[in-house]
Each structure stands twice: as C-alpha cells, then as structure tokens.
Design a binder for this molecule. Sequence first.
Ligand code: NAG
Ligand code: NAG
Ligand code: ZN
Length: 497
Amino acid sequence: MKNLLLQFVVLLCTTALCVANYEHEHTATYWNDQAQARLQKQLLRRTNTGVAKNVILFLGDGMSIPTLTAARTHLGQRNGNAGEETELSFEKFPYVGLSKTYCVDKQVADSACSATAYLGGVKANKDTVGVTAAVKRGDCDAMNDVSNHVQSVAHYSQLKNKRTGIVTTTRVTHASPAGVYAHTAERDWESDTDVTLAGKNPKTCLDSTVQLVHGETGKKLNVIFGGGRRKFLPMFETDEDGKMGNRLDNRNLINEWKQLKANTTHAYVSDRNSLLNIADGTEYSLGLFDNGHMSYNLERDSNKQPSLEEMTIKAIELLSNGKEGFFLFVEGGLIDKAHHDNKARLALDETIEFHKAIEAAVKMTNETDTLILVTADHAHTMTLNGNENRGHDVLGLGGLAVDLLQYTTLSYGTGPGYKPNKDGRRHDVSKDDLTSNDYGYPTIAPLLSATHGGDDVGIFASGPWSHLITSVVEQNLIAHVINFASCTGERTTACEN
Ligand SMILES: *[C@@H]1O[C@H](CO)[C@@H](O)[C@H](O)[C@H]1NC(C)=O
Ligand SMILES: *[C@@H]1O[C@H](CO)[C@@H](O)[C@H](O)[C@H]1NC(C)=O
Ligand SMILES: [Zn+2]
C-alpha cells in the first residue's frame, strides 16, 4: 500500500511543474516512504555465492566521485528534472567499496600502474603495465624478465577456456586496455617508432601493438574494439580515413592479425555499420574505428563511429557464444581525456555514455552468473562548489565571490582552464560561454594538462561474490575478487572454498 502511494507520488511529480517546486519533497511522507522502499530492497538482498561464469569489468578512466555526482545531476537536468536525485545505472548496484589508487612509486596514480593493479592484482610503478615494481620506468631488460611479469585476469580466464575481450574509446593500445595483455616498462611504447624514439631496440623491446597481435594473451582475445589504427600501420600507409600510420618497421599489424586468424571465423571492421553486421558466432573480431583515440560522443560522426554502448552490446553478443563464459573489459576512456583539458561538459557526457553501456550490459546478462564491476583507475581534481539552488545547471555559474565576480559550480585544481588575472582582477567567468563543449573550467594552477586526483574512487559491484566489494580497499583487490569469483587464477577460488 505504501509502495503504491509512493509510486503514485513519483508518477504525479514527474511533471515539470511539480519538479520545479519539489512539492512532492515537502512532506515527511515522501522521504519516509522513499527510504522505506529502499530499506525493503536491502532486506530482500541475498548474498550470491555462485560461480561467476561471466565477468565484465567497466573502467571509467579518471571517473572520480565528484564526476559521478555532476554527471548524474547533468543527466537528470537533460531530462527536465532537478537532477540531483538521478541515479546512474551502476549506482543501483547492491555493493560499493572505495579503492585506494596510489602506485608503488607515486602518491597519485596514472592509468598504467593502476591497470596493473585492478587487472593483474599487483601494484606497480607509474607508467609501467603488466610488470611488478621491480621494473623501473623504461627498463627494457627488467621488462623482458618474465619473472617480473604480472598476468591479468584475462590471461587466467583464457586458461579456463573462457572467451575474452576489450572495448575502449581510446586507442586499444592505450594504458588501461594494455593492462589486459601487455607487459611493458613504458606505457607510451605503443609502436616500434615510440620505442626507437626512446633510444631502445624495438626488436628486443616489444611495443604494445605487437604484444596485442602476437603476445600470449593478446592473440587469444576474441574481441578488440576501439581506436588506434596508426599504431598498427606503416608510416606511409594510409588507413580508411586517409590518415597515416605510425610504424617505421613497415609492418601492417592489421594484416598480420588477419593472417593469424586465417583458419578461424574472424572479422576486421573499421566503421559502425560493419561492426553492427559482424556475424553472430564470429570467433575473433578486431574493430578499429579511428586513427587515434575515438571521437568524443558529442563530436562523433555516428554514421562512422559506434557508441561505447553499441561496442559493448556487440562484444557481449560475440563473447556469449563460448561455453565456459567470458571476461570482458570495457573502458570509458575519454572521461579522463576531457578532464585533462578541464572540459567538464565533455567529461560528464562521456560518463553518461559509460552509464548507458553498463545499463545495456545489465539488461543482456543475468546477475545469478555474471559479476559486473564498475570502477575508475584514479580520480581527477574537478570539484562541485556550492551554494546554488536545487536544480541549478551543474555546468553553470556558482555564485558571487568576495571580489564580486562569479565563480563556476565546477572548477579544477590544475590544468589548462586556468584564467590569468587582468588589471589585478580575477577573470570574469560570467562573460565566458559555458555552453561550449570546449570550455575549460577554471583552475588554481596553469598546467598544459590537468593532473590526476589522488582521492579514492568507487567500486560498484553486482552478481556472484559482489558482497566482497565493501569497505576501503587497495585497488589490486579487484583482480583477486574477479579471479576468486570466476574460479580462475593461482590463488584460492570460489570453487575450492
Ligand atoms: C591454416 O591452415 C593451413 C592448412 O592446414 C596451414 O598451413 C596454416 O599454417 C594455418 N594457418 C594458421 C595461421 O594457423
Ligand atoms: C537468471 O538465471 C536464473 C537461474 O538460472 C533464472 O532462474 C532467472 O530466471 C534468470 N533471470 C533472467 C532475468 O533471465
Ligand atoms: Zn589521465
């Protein structure tokens, strides 16, 4: 009865008029009923100690907690609501923990050391991927010592004949996806040219693209979707968009991938339509949709480039064909890129795209046998300033400071959005075009690229053993929970427990 009443109130109040005045929120009944409905849901919760046949790890690069707050508010406001009360898809997950993201040698993490932690279960040095902290940045000999290698959850899934895949909006050889398959002392060694420019020998110091196509874990990946064609192609060869490759060794690694897969059902695709038309049952798929990182969703030619949601749906369809289940890594990689430029509007939109991909994955899978984890590798310095009224545009102005000039609701600690003082006065943000996708929100210190933030990030969990995700934990626990729940890896698992 009370639930019915609540539903009625909510229904009544989805009209713009009611929302504008928040009249439904003026009674104690609304809040009591709302909390009681949630309480009932919590009471019905049963721990799931089954085996995770499938695991999907969603990684929002640079997706700090303030990014979530601002993104959900922005999403609600786009839909004509006040905004603050909106829930992102994964915010409905039953279990949440906090992840401490620092790396072995740095207070604030980058995407490389953190990928090693959440995918490999071992903390490492900044800028290194898939190797222990015994490997210093740029040390090729140490990187080639296999006793320093850290194996990812994808590797262990493959040992159990599970299908595996990666989906990202960045280059597929960028630091986060590289954590799935690469072992490198330098995240930037994505092509032989990168290795050569660093003064190393690319024949002995293998770049991440070669590792993706030929490496033990990389070559077994059933799905690889993202950007980064130039790292696969020779310098004077052009890709589907007429853009040049980046390799000096004259290798075409897209062709090498096709040759390696010659005796299997496989597909190489480079645009949205071909992605959507990959035949069901195709064992290996490589989709490269850009020469570099893929475009921001707001700037994407949607006839050419698929959305993160579309890539995720296709990946799950293809991976679901395996008998033993699958492991899929999905990265919303451009949240971080936008934050580095202080472009909060783009960062929030990319976070909303990430939320949509997770919503689709939840619909396509069953929580009885699929563990879904959603987390970030590190935070960013964006902050959400008071004291505007409820429902105020989260991307707008925030109020007057003591210098009688406005500040913005969102601002950053560091980055290129810095606005110098003029005539001894602070920059007047009220004259700026805050509706531009490219607007750089103000910062304290000018840097060409914003630094990451060192604050903890959330881990949201649903499915078998998701109740292990709780409390404040070291980031490398994530890989151990995945191995445990899916009965993979070299330590104790749910199957022996
Ligand atoms: C594909 O099969 C042919 C014929 O059996 C064989 O010669 C070739 O080496 C195979 N190629 C790969 C990449 O396994
Ligand atoms: C999920 O799987 C369980 C166990 O096999 C089944 O009872 C349930 O109906 C499934 N749920 C959905 C939504 O398919
Ligand atoms: Zn970054």
